[in-house]
Design a binder for this molecule. Structure first.
Ligand SMILES: [Zn+2]
Length: 477
């Protein structure tokens, strides 16, 4: 293929819909165009010629060097932006993380005070101002992953996974200035996945210049569609690859935000997940969970590190109970004792005399028999209801136990645990435990206790699977 000339590129930009007077933000790859006579400067000349003297061209000029100095910092975003920022007439914003350079009508006004607003790309920034004045976004041989303005959509939609950072720039008098930058995310997002939506909504025009596939969008319309998608689904720009730690944790932040709307606290059982705290912590963060049930041994092992990880102890679980009572009392959390016989319930009841809060978890008995035992044993503890164990005893935990039965009044803790009538463990909502019905009723009563997710196969993948089933139940209530 012959080398592209400046005029070829102007003709290509015209065909794509770029007009004289347009203000355009350009994300680019000069290599994608193929051979260009005159290199990056010819592409810049073509862009400036296409919009004419009444128009404006803006490019991103972020730098990796810290602190950021707009007078000297080169940009790794490609040959076009790096040549652009050095052009006579180019003005560059001071923002330490998301600087831009612009040439054309109103350039100085557009980039002004970029470093003085809360975010790098939303209201008051050059990216957002461009959208406000009817500007366009051109992706020249690059995809939506390069489309910085999409970050503005996340900031405006209030995506729960956004965080704050601080960054430093060098002012024009040489002074270093450190500023907070709100609404940072990632690094990974699935902005590529939005392209299909943009095509369906008629927001993007796709064409080709040389070998470069190019996309031209009206910035305001594109932002509106992206904001709408994020409001409908806060995970709209996250990938669903379970091996992508960024998106697993960002989805976890969305789930945590959702749990803050609930009266109950969601917890997990350490031993269901791993004996390694880092693995447990990652699994919990991915599900938005910040509370954990531990055995006394596990508490010895990682109790001290839990607080640093932002995880609270929801309960101490102990088979016999005795070894956990003092610890549970000291921590001010309940001691949960799985109890399936009169003797075990009596032993658990006797621990209450130590001043410790004790609950018994129903294991292995039908509900009527369990209710009888709790009524007979003096000082019997409240119930940590495990519907899976009643289902495994061929019962309907919601209709027989929760809705009508005497056990409901004793309920103090709820295990999201399911099983089928033939006794096989099941994912929440996939057995006969009526988990969804009980959970829904608890929510109707603003139950403010602990709801603990169980998984039957030890390990992170099985825990994630159980959690996904739980979130599926919550999503359909
Ligand atoms: Zn991802």
């Amino acid at each position: 293929m012959r080398a592209l000339t400046r005029d070829d590129i102007v003709a290509g930009l015209r065909a794509l819909g770029l007009q004289p007077g347009d203000k355009v933000l350009v994300h680019s790859s000069v290599a994608a165009l193929g051979r260009v006579e005159g290199g990056p400067d010819a592409v810049i000349d073509a862009l400036l010629a296409a919009v004419g003297p009444a128009g404006l061209v803006m490019v991103p000029t972020f730098a990796t060097a810290r602190p950021f100095d707009r007078r000297t910092a080169s940009t790794p975003l490609g040959a076009i932006p790096d040549a652009f920022r050095r052009r006579p007439g180019a003005v560059r914003s001071k923002h330490p993380t998301h600087s831009v350079a612009a040439i054309g009508a109103g350039a100085a006004e557009l980039i002004r005070d970029h470093e003085k607003v809360p975010t790098a790309y939303a209201e008051g920034t050059p990216y957002y101002r461009l959208a406000e004045v009817g500007g366009k976004i051109l992706l020249l041989g690059v995809d939506q992953d390069r489309n910085t303005t999409l970050h503005a959509a996340e900031a405006i939609a209030g995506s729960p996974y956004l965080t704050h950072v601080t960054a430093t720039y060098v002012d024009d008098d040489g002074r270093e200035v450190t500023i907070p930058v709100a609404a940072m995310a990632g690094p990974h997002r699935n902005f590529i996945g939005l392209d299909r939506l943009f095509r369906e909504r008629g927001v993007v025009r796709v064409g080709r210049i040389g070998s470069a596939v190019c996309r031209l969008m009206d910035a305001r319309r594109m932002l509106d569609v992206a904001i709408e998608a994020l409001r409908a689904d806060p995970a709209a720009v996250l990938c669903d690859n379970p091996a992508c730690a960024d998106c697993v944790l960002q989805r976890g932040a969305i789930k945590a935000a959702r749990l803050r709307e609930e009266a109950f606290t969601l917890a997990a059982v350490a031993g269901d997940i791993s004996d390694n705290l880092a693995e447990i912590e990652f699994a919990l963060r991915g599900e938005g969970i910040a509370a954990l049930e531990l055995t006394p041994d596990e508490h010895d092992k990682f109790g001290a590190a839990l607080a640093d990880a932002g995880i609270t102890v929801a309960a101490i679980r102990s088979a016999g109970g005795a070894d956990g009572a003092a610890r549970a009392r000291r921590l001010g959390v309940p001691l949960i004792v799985p109890a399936g016989t009169r003797e075990e319930i009596e032993a658990a009841a006797s621990l209450r005399a130590t001043g410790c809060t004790v609950y018994v978890e129903n294991v292995g008995l039908p509900s009527a028999h369990y209710a009888e035992l709790l009524a007979e044993v003096t000082g019997a503890p409240p119930l940590a209801l495990n519907p899976g164990r009643f289902a495994a005893a061929r019962e309907k935990p919601f209709l027989q136990v929760f809705y009508r039965g005497p056990l409901r009044k004793r309920l103090a803790h709820f295990y999201v645990d399911d099983a089928t009538w033939d006794g096989a463990p099941a994912l929440p909502g996939r057995g006969n435990g009526e988990v969804k019905e009980i959970l829904s009723m608890l929510r109707c009563r603003s139950y403010s206790g602990i709801v603990t997710l169980r998984s039957h196969v030890r390990g992170v993948p099985a825990f994630r699977e159980a959690a996904a089933a739980f979130w599926g139940l919550l999503d359909t209530m």
